[in-house]
Design a protein around this ligand. Structure first.
Ligand SMILES: [Zn+2]
Length: 281
């Protein structure tokens, strides 16, 4: 993606300098309590948000980011700025006003409006404070653990989380949460898959617009598709436990995720985004 020298979002809360020591402090204090496993409060790729019983004092350590990390921070800020531009435009087209989310860049662990989260949670969106949380080390995790390399793999992840923000602004997150409260686990999971596939679609719509502005490099869409596929439930479960349990899927299969992303990319608008009434996903 062409990003160097371009506008960076100013809606960014860079908390990298206060990270690092926090996890250690919690460990020593021994107050880390896993209070809730949340699907809807913003837990994302790993779907686990850990809440902490009380606030531990952060142990601030000297922090010197590498040039590679600084580049990555700049990159996600440009991507975030692009989501602001694209969604402002799209909301206007539908007679609505887009409210900017915030981007929180953290290191190792973070206190969010949805509770305490560690980097292992993966990037997530918290509807309570309308913020996207990301630890930049996820870029390397994508590359090394999931085999999804390239800058646009990371861009897709950010755009997917912003997709959840769009769902939040449109009331979809609340509706799904209310529905899920009435459903058994299996059917609540299935509803979550529909929510996630729609976020993938919305990431695709964003990619279409960025492509239209001339900022995509050859191969960028393939990088995003590859990432969407790599973080499919079936692929992750196969890697982790050697078999798949479809009833436990919360985000969709590799094939579904890459297909919904591509569908959004192809259409570039909201015409085919309704994953909730689709008979087959
Ligand atoms: Zn998601």
């Amino acid at each position: 993606m062409k990003w160097r020298g371009r506008r960076q979002s100013s809606n960014v809360d860079d908390r990298r300098a206060s990270g690092g020591g926090v996890g250690k402090g919690l460990g020593l204090a021994g107050i880390l309590v896993v209070a809730a496993i949340t699907l809807m409060s913003g837990g994302d790729f790993m779907d686990v948000i850990m809440n902490v019983a009380s606030n531990a004092p952060a142990q601030v350590q000297e922090y010197k980011p590498t040039q590679e990390e600084e580049d990555l921070a700049e990159f996600v800020k440009v991507v975030f700025a692009d989501t602001e531009d694209v969604w402002t435009d799209l909301f206007e087209q539908y007679g609505k006003t887009y409210e900017y989310p915030r981007l929180v860049i953290f290191r190792d662990s973070v206190q969010s409006g949805c509770g305490f989260a560690s980097a292992q949670t993966g990037p997530f969106y918290c509807p309570a404070d309308k913020s996207v949380y990301i630890d930049l080390s996820f870029y390397n995790e994508l590359k090394n653990r999931f085999g999804a390399s390239g800058d646009f793999a990371m861009a897709y992840v950010v755009a997917h989380e912003v997709g959840h923000h769009v769902q939040n602004l449109l009331g979809i997150l609340d509706q799904v949460k209310a529905q899920q409260a009435k459903l058994d686990k299996v059917r609540a999971n299935e509803l979550n898959v529909r929510l996630e596939l729609q976020a993938d679609y919305l990431a695709g719509v964003w990619a279409n617009r960025v492509d239209g502005m001339g900022y995509l490099d050859h191969g960028d869409i393939d990088e995003a598709m590859n990432a969407a596929s790599a973080i499919g439930d079936d692929t992750i479960q196969k890697q982790a436990q050697g078999y798949v349990v479809p009833d436990s899927f919360t985000h969709g299969t590799s094939e579904q995720r890459s297909r919904w992303l591509y569908k959004g990319y192809k259409t570039g608008d909201l015409s085919e985004w309704d994953s909730f009434s689709a008979n087959s996903l």
